[in-house]
Design a protein around this ligand. Sequence first.
Ligand code: ZN
Length: 442
Amino acid sequence: MRMYISRSLIGALLSLAIGLAQNPTPAPISPPLQTRPAVLGSLESYVAYPAGAGVPYAPASQLAKALGLGYLGGGSRLSLSIGSRVASFTVYPSEAQAVSGGGAWQRSGGIWVPLPLLARTLDLFYEVRGREIAVGLKPARLLGAVVTQSEGVERITLQLDRDVSARLLSDDRVGLVGVTGGEAEGVTINSVAYGLEVGLPGSGPARLYFLPRQVVVERGNPKGSRIPLVVIDPGHGGADPGTIQSGIREKDLTLNLAQTLRTLLAPSGIRVSLTRQGDQALSLQDRANAGAFAQVLLSVHVTPGDRVNLYTNPNQGKLLFISKGRQLLPNTPEPRKSLLLGYVSPEGSSTDFAKLLSEEISAVGVVSALGEGDYLALSQNGGAAVLVEFGFDNVSTPQGRQQLAQAMANAILKYLGRFQPTNSAPGTNPPPSSQPKPGGNP
Ligand SMILES: [Zn+2]
């Protein structure tokens, strides 16, 4: 009996295999797609459930139009954004792969994205009402406007209670999508069908970008934009002492290291700024904002032990203006390229800089390790951003701090292509290389 079944099974498989070889059958037809009505913004549409899984997908371009989201597609990636929030998906041609990978699905006629993940990432309104799904913008309010002038740049910052989409309507008017109210001094506000229209002071060509819960309009070209800016962020401060070991407070060590580093960098002529000058508290968001346009951002911390940890932020380039800027970089001719390099560096710059820093630290006989961390202080920066954590044992003496500040200075100058052998303290460094590292930002 057994034998019989086996033989008949083998026979069936064989005849199937022969049949397939002789008559190639078309690709298997997936079961009919399950769908459900949906309201995207105020647009009647529908969602689909690819691969029969319970995840509703909606057409990305329709969603972007209905909600005024930023849309950036190309190749196998698709990003939708609202202000500084970006939801980025890998695009898969197969339904099953898209669902299991949490990605977007390439259908004939468009790319579809998973709605719950999109709503969560972009902080959208999302609700299942009986048979119907609704997705929309959460109401937002304008909280204020700040106008500043510095180094040849006029900046108008519109502050909101959440991230919103915005469009530059002209050089002196910006449209805020889905913003239902609020007030601000120094600008004029009109309610319109899609949100608010804000009239801006001043005149001249304007550009727009986003920071968390901020829409920024800028005019003018930064003076001295070819001179790189280095921002050093001494960790902790004020009521927050950081780690304390043998009565020594982290906040004092980080400030001392930052000040020593600034002194060492002074002769090179590059612009150096500290996020805090003394012993005061500073939020992580303020540190991130202060470092947003630095070509090098170094956040300094101290931890127990005798080794150094160097962290880059894997999500650093996710802001839309950074990723867009990076895409533009290879095809932008001079002199606009130099201007653009003031805002973004090529992808991988942070890792390149972290490696240079690690080499310089090793050269003074201290062990260092490279890692990644989603550090808020690094998140807004478009250049090379690293969080360095020294060991208390390395920096508890003035000599130790001087030596490691020198290592940081050497790495910064090498990264920027401005290293001069005379900058190096005698006997503490290997022979300097005459070539700046690739990926540096001269
Ligand atoms: Zn710390």
